[in-house]
Design a protein around this ligand. Structure first.
Ligand SMILES: Nc1ncnc2c1ncn2[C@@H]1O[C@H](COP(=O)(O)OP(=O)(O)OP(=O)(O)O)[C@@H](O)[C@H]1O
Ligand SMILES: [Mg+2]
Length: 352
């Protein structure tokens, strides 16, 4: 039991037209789960907070205006923000954070600026470079116009500039010729109408670094996604197939683990890279950096994910567990971090 129980509103998004016909999918986002589970992250968080004596209410933003209006009337000390999109648009998570700010509702995780800086991968990469961090060389194009290009070399990976969950990143995203590149850009423009990021492909290990904190952000132990058992001939990437295509070899044969054969110095350098990136993007409370490590020991930062997936089996909770935190303590820590940021202002002081 916590000494300081709150009323906490778990805020999540759902935008699944077939939700009622497909109840087995977690309503917050069909793309989230790696496999069918008994409990969603939302249920796990509710359980963890309730056990600690908090009162938990839930609110769903379903893309309709009335769900926004109802949020304005919520009486809660803190919003636990699990939203990733609004009305199916993944770029609108920052609008939700901005709306919570306008409502004077304190919430967990990053604010609109952190969400914006992290979401636009080209902007994030420029910030990484400014802070001396290595990130793959890149170009951006939109509707046939070149926005920016480094001097890049094949092979490259073609991905949406502002998406997550590996949307638009299939194995075919890694290309080695101009023809394939053109086809891939065209396909992404057609599917997503999004600016396209073309990045040099970095062959290497896939590492995730979770970071927790505000004044002194701390990196948790590094977690690796072992891609070595992917079918022969497929690029070693955590693309759509690996993340969402249940039942395939790509999905089943990729496992999260604590990496072996990495020196303390290397692990420390990777963690430091993640913390620098976290600060550079003005992220709050918690995030996960995605990193590639080459055979010759070069660390490449791909991106930082604010408000990463908090399921007990996901990268973040796994890293926390490795650091000796059980799931309930991790969730409480996120609450404490958020509450501390608002300290000095009355948590419930909202204009009517
Ligand atoms: N430049 C690169 N070199 C090698 N692999 C890459 C590169 N960019 C992306 N990948 C692979 O593709 C995966 C997804 O890329 P990225 O993290 O940019 O997409 P995302 O959609 O934001 O993913 P998520 O939000 O799920 O973390 C990476 O985890 C990595 O395996
Ligand atoms: Mg990623």
């Amino acid at each position: 039991m916590t000494e300081n129980p709150f009323t906490i509103c778990i805020l999540y998004d759902a935008w699944h037209e077939l939700e009622e016909e497909a109840p087995e999918l977690p309503p917050e986002s069909p793309k989230r789960g790696r496999k069918r589970r008994e409990k969603s992250d939302r249920e796990e968080i509710t359980e963890a907070l309730t056990k600690r004596g908090h009162t938990v209410i839930e609110h769903c933003l379903d893309g309709r205006r009335r769900s926004l209006k109802a949020l304005a009337g919520i009486e809660a000390d803190l919003v636990f923000n699990l939203t990733e999109s609004y009305g199916g648009d993944d770029t609108k998570d920052l609008n939700i954070a901005a709306y919570l700010d306008l409502l004077h509702l304190p919430y967990t995780g990053s604010g609109p600026s952190g969400l914006l800086l992290a979401q636009d991968k080209a902007v994030a990469k420029r910030l990484f470079t400014f802070h001396g961090l290595r990130t793959p060389h890149f170009a951006t194009v939109y509707q046939g116009r070149l926005q920016w290009s480094d001097d890049i070399h094949f092979p490259v990976i073609v991905k949406p500039k502002r998406e997550d969950g590996s949307i638009g990143i299939e194995f075919s995203a890694v290309v080695g010729s101009i023809k394939e590149l053109m086809e891939r850009i065209d396909a992404l423009h057609a599917d997503l109408d999004s600016p396209v990021l073309i990045e040099e492909y970095i062959e290497g290990r896939e590492l995730y670094v979770s970071v927790l904190g505000n004044e002194t952000p701390t990196a948790l132990p590094v977690v690796e996604l072992d891609l070595s058992d992917l079918p022969v001939g497929t690029p070693r990437i955590a693309g759509t197939e690996v993340k969402w295509e249940r039942g395939t070899d790509a999905y089943r044969k990729t496992k999260l683990r604590i990496p072996e054969n990495l020196s303390e110095e290397m692990l420390a350098e990777i963690q430091e890279t993640a913390v620098t990136a976290y600060r550079a993007l003005e992220i709050r409370d918690y995030a996960r950096a995605d990193v590639r490590l080459t055979a010759d020991g070069k660390i490449y930062l791909l991106e930082v994910n604010p408000n990463p997936w908090l399921h007990s089996t996901a990268e973040f909770a796994l890293a926390a567990k490795q650091a000796g935190r059980d799931y309930g303590s991790l969730i409480e820590e996120i609450v404490d971090l958020a509450v501390s940021r608002y300290r000095g202002r009355t948590l419930t002081a909202r204009p009517d």
